[in-house]
Design a protein around this ligand. Sequence first.
Ligand SMILES: [Zn+2]
Length: 362
Amino acid sequence: MAVVLAMAAALWGVGWLMQASLRARAAMLGLLYVVVLGLHVALPEGHPLRENTGGSAAPWLLLGGAVVLVLVYREGLSRLRARAAQRDQAAEPPVTGATFSGEELERYARHITLREIGGPGQKKLKAARVLVVGAGGLGAPVLMYLAAAGVGRIGVIDDDVVDLSNLQRQIIHTDAGQGMPKVFSAQERMAALNPHIDIRPYHRKLTGEIAETLFAEYELIVDGTDSWPTRDLINRAAVATGKPVVSGAISAWEGQVTIYDPVRGAPCMTCVFPDPPAPGMAATCSETGVIGALPGVIGAMMAGEVVKEIAGAGQGLRGRMLIFDALYAETRTIALKRDPSCPVCGPGAAESSDRGGSRNGF
Ligand SMILES: [Zn+2]
């Protein structure tokens, strides 16, 4: 048997020296195998050729069987890999405009220089689709920084119009834009800042009827709203569609930022705030007042989290909430945990979502 194996090795070596293809060398070995097996079948027992090639066909059949098993296993593996790669391709958004123009390269140069973003991260930003709910205090800086950062498609939904009292902090809107729907005023400024992006304004209220369909078109949701019912609706639709929510909130002198994402282990909003605030406690900016720069600070942090999230840079605020107290210039971060019995993202969510649905009718 050793003689045949030595012959096989010699054939392989000669093939390699002659630069024969892998397939041709494998065919030579296969031929040798067939000849040896043929000898065992054709020649009588005890024939010297049979004695010198292992004595019986059994070890050769075993060897052949083992090789076939290995080949079948490898073929199966490569098919599985091909299928997985196909699935990944289907799941990932197509990287549109995988190349940048010279103008874009210069525009995003400070991002591309960053090791954590670089060219690949900037391409991901260009291919990204982000929906911002609310074009007010938090939405203003988020939208401007996302536009500047080159996020390829930015959706913005808001049914409000620009009011004089907004201009103390909502710096995306202008004095001349008073009375204009906020989404169109925002679109104008964003397009003026970066003409290379696709801006989708939705001048309407986010409702339970459209939330899930709209969310499905985006990979990440930004919550810059200030009403509890809308936040609750965003949370439910995001959980239902499996989208992470970069969420910010401000009141008077204090703001907070976090990422709700139960699909990836972080809590949803209901895990953290299970009950709606008591009537009269959910004061909006118009009731309590707000320092104008605060939404700038919190909104810029939210935009930073979005960029990190898309580029896969650093550590996001999943499972953590950053709280900023502007009056005393202090920040602190608290840990957030998922509620295993959460009615929105917990195991019993299927039945309770029906009840939630009617609550979201506004
Ligand atoms: Zn939850």
